[in-house]
Write a protein that binds this ligand. Structure first.
Ligand code: MN
Length: 297
């Protein structure tokens, strides 16, 4: 009898390539593919991430009236807004906010709660033009859900940067890649990068087994693990098990990579509130109705 060598595969395999779901409008400013939570990509499966809205590249016409979404509350998580084309501006009930320019990221910790509004930046709104944006919701662990709200405005120049061999690069927003850290601080382990390989360039990625990992093709298409095609505007969901995988650009591309440790806590969601129990949702609604989230025009 031949001794079978015990080989544990460390490869992280592709679980699913997800085509962009039909678009819906968020207010009148964001025409998004809601990749998750949707179908099998539940809040638990995608944890610590909860929601991914993707405004694929489109041209907005010039308009005097502002495009966007008016005042609304959030509690219990973080919204990460990534501007690829166009500009947006946010304002909140605590006097915070700012303009998110092309290539920039705003990492907002809603925590205990605030009201905010999200509009196309005034000048961009008047001129119109290409618009491409991602909003990712990162859940907070139970112990941090009521943390004080805060913003991290991250300009493109502040991001961590690792050059690739053939002229591409990896921009690190949060977490670490190739020994370089991103500027965003997170409450639980999260890696968020823009992979920007040139055509034919292959990137090797490695995350602990058990992490939730996905990749959105924002520009161009790629081949994952040398075999699975990720077309433009599609999402690749990797298996939780396994550690390493490769992304090879089929043309110059931009791929948003997210990977994080699942929270493994109960999830209770009602609209813009993301808590652990229905009682906490009821409290959030009460607090909102009582004006505890502040005031915003
Ligand atoms: Mn919002």
């Amino acid at each position: 009898m031949k001794a079978q060598s015990k080989q544990v595969s460390e490869m992280k395999k592709v679980e699913k390539i997800v085509a962009p779901p039909p678009r819906h409008w968020v207010g009148d400013g964001f025409n998004v593919h809601g990749f998750f939570p949707h179908g099998p990509l539940t809040g638990h499966r995608m944890s610590p991430f909860f929601l991914l809205d993707y405004n694929a590249l489109e041209n907005f016409p010039p308009r005097e009236e502002p495009f966007g979404v008016g005042p609304h509350p959030h509690r219990g998580f973080e919204t990460v807004t990534i501007a690829y084309k166009g500009k947006v501006e946010h304002h909140d009930s605590r006097g915070g906010g700012g303009i998110i320019g092309e290539g920039d990221v705003q990492w907002m910790t809603a925590g205990s709660g605030l009201l905010h509004k999200e509009f196309h930046e005034q000048e961009y709104n008047r001129e119109g033009g290409p618009f491409q944006m991602v909003q990712l919701w990162v859940n907070l662990p139970a112990k941090d859900k009521m943390t004080d709200p805060k913003y991290q405005a991250i300009t493109n120049a502040e991001m961590g940067r690792v050059p690739l061999e053939n002229g591409g690069e990896v921009e690190i927003i949060a977490g670490e890649f190739g020994g370089v850290s991103g500027p965003a601080t997170t409450f639980t382990p999260v890696h968020l990068y823009n992979l920007k390989p040139k055509a034919g360039e292959k990137i090797e990625l490695k995350f602990p087994s058990g992490y939730t990992t996905a990749l959105l093709a924002v520009e161009g298409s790629a081949k994952i693990n040398g075999e699975t095609i990720l077309p433009l505007n599609n999402l690749a969901l990797l298996e939780r098990e396994g550690e390493s995988f490769t992304v090879e650009a089929l043309e110059d591309g931009i791929f948003l990579l997210m990977s994080g440790e699942p929270l493994n806590e109960p999830i209770a969601q009602y609209g813009p509130f993301l808590m652990n129990t229905n009682l906490e949702i009821a409290e959030a609604l009460d607090d909102y109705r009582q004006g505890k989230f502040g005031y915003l025009d």
